[in-house]
Design a protein around this ligand. Sequence first.
Ligand code: PLP
Length: 389
Amino acid sequence: MKLARRVEQLPPYLFAAISRLIEEKRDAGVDVVSFGIGDPDLPTPQHILDSLAAASTEPANHRYPESDGLPELRRSIARWYERRHGVVLDPDGEIVPLIGSKEGIGHLPLCLIDEGDVSLITDPGYPVYEVATMFAGGESVKLPLREEDGWLPRLDEIPGDVAARARILWLNYPNNPTGAIAGSDFFERAVQWARDHDAVIAHDLAYADVTYDGYVAPSILEVEGASDVAIEFNSLSKTFNMTGWRVAMAVGNRDVIDALTRVKSNLDSGIPQAIQEMAITALDGPMDAVDGRNGIYARRRDRMVEVLREMGLRVDPPKAALYIWAALPEGERSSADFAARLIDATGVVVTPGVSYGQAGEGYVRLSLTIADERLEEGLARLSTFARGG
Ligand SMILES: Cc1ncc(COP(=O)(O)O)c(C=O)c1O
């Protein structure tokens, strides 16, 4: 069968490849400990689940939802942004709920990219920005991130001809996979850059509320005038351990939100309403479960950093996001070889940095979303490996 070029061009989805590797090892009888995928192991808080149970019996929730979401959910998102970031949003123009932020990220280039237009994508980075750009007929130009720059892109080094064709600048802080954070000074420079080049910033704030040691992650919309040029993706997935429920939002520039709403209304029929009710409960409710969960991740982070250093990897404890980003020991060149050797010798899965882009070579990523006893099992095996056992 002849498939479309856009499908033929698809790289294998990173996590699908990892899942396959894990499957093969398990089939061979290996007790695999995976630090691979960033999917919260802790359950959705009970009060949020209770609201789903109540909403599920409401007949109105058995019917098609509106693709722009319940007005009550848009208002709840507006309250959340005001409370959490001091950002005032119009629920009827600056907010659209999403079926997970991946859905919105996937659809955004259809709103902004014509054949030959450019998306600027940070490397290493979440793979969906590039694939979604390709689906829309656009070209991705990579902005390499470097450890010495705190994993922030050098906007002033973007060549003039590329900047002239750029329609979207994708940013993601707290960052996957590096765990890097960005301050409002960086966001101010990015907003100015987007203004100067008539581009749209798509800021992916998926890890807004997975933070440690008192760090508070800013929204790009906190920058004066940012909503002239920026939209932001935010998600309940990581904040409230709700990856399975698929609920998120895009907020910010009215024209872009309107375009995204129109594209979506032609492709999907919105988020099941009972799940929108869960989102309202989550956003308007108490944050103690989130704070407690972040304490658990921070403890795991510290344990992992200790063992990785023992193995000779260089690692700074991240202030946010779900990942440890560790530089390979002296003399190791290939993150894929290192990860393959680890899984063969120990049954422990880490993700090679190069899977997130060429600039990720030399690093591996480990996720904090692994139950404590499995984490300890994995770390014990890594310690033994480090001692040559
Ligand atoms: C950087 C980043 N953005 C977006 C997403 C998608 O999150 P969701 O679709 O669950 O909101 C992820 C998921 O891992 C991510 O790492």
